[in-house]
Design a binder for this molecule. Sequence first.
Ligand SMILES: *Cc1c(COP(=O)(O)O)cnc(C)c1O
Length: 241
Amino acid sequence: MSAGTVQDRRLELARRLAAVRERINAACADAGRDPGEVTLVVVTKFFPASDVLLLHDLGVRAIGENKDQEAGPKVGQVREALPPGSDLEVHFVGRLQSNKARHVAGYADVVHSLDRRKLLDGLDAGALDRGRPLGVLIQVSLDGDTSRGGALPEQVPDLGAAVAQRAGLVLKGVMAVAPLGADPDVAFASLRRVATDLQALHPTADWVSAGMSGDLEAAVRHGATHLRVGTAILGSRPSLL
Ligand SMILES: *Cc1c(COP(=O)(O)O)cnc(C)c1O
């Protein structure tokens, strides 16, 4: 890439990032919430390490990835390029295969997509290998269709208890994707009920990861603490990658 191209990309990302921050501020103002309670996780899947570095330079401190195959090498490149001790939290938001769990726990700081017990051994072992606790969110399926990931709401208490027993894992809260075609306000209101029930059992599990490019306002209305935004900041994902 020529220097001009990098500069153009930086400006584009800066402009889109500012627009999303404005949407978040406006949604918080409407909901009577402090924008400081809402963390923006920029989902950089399909986009190169160079974009992650530009975003870090623009003040982004949390990125999201959804495929181990892509994220592992990319996060390695990013960490090598950043000065030692740089602050960048890596959130794994994608569906997790049990044979990849240990590897993901080696570079992610938080996994948003725990939806079955089978993932626990790998995540715990990976966190213990690395010598740093791994934050875990339980992904909740809000339409009963668990084929697209997520545990049923009634499975959440058991999964929460199982996470809390693991030395390497810290239960942080819940995550959901609004079901296709559903009203995101209805979906995120039910996620909030699941979150409140879990938090009553585990007071530190106070994160609610909800809301993407298209529905972040609804998520803010229903108490989201973490928004996972990709397209609105990075642009359309390349189809061939
Ligand atoms: C890709 C992805 C996002 C970001 O979606 P956009 O619509 O691009 O903002 C959020 N959450 C998960 C789980 C994703 O896979």
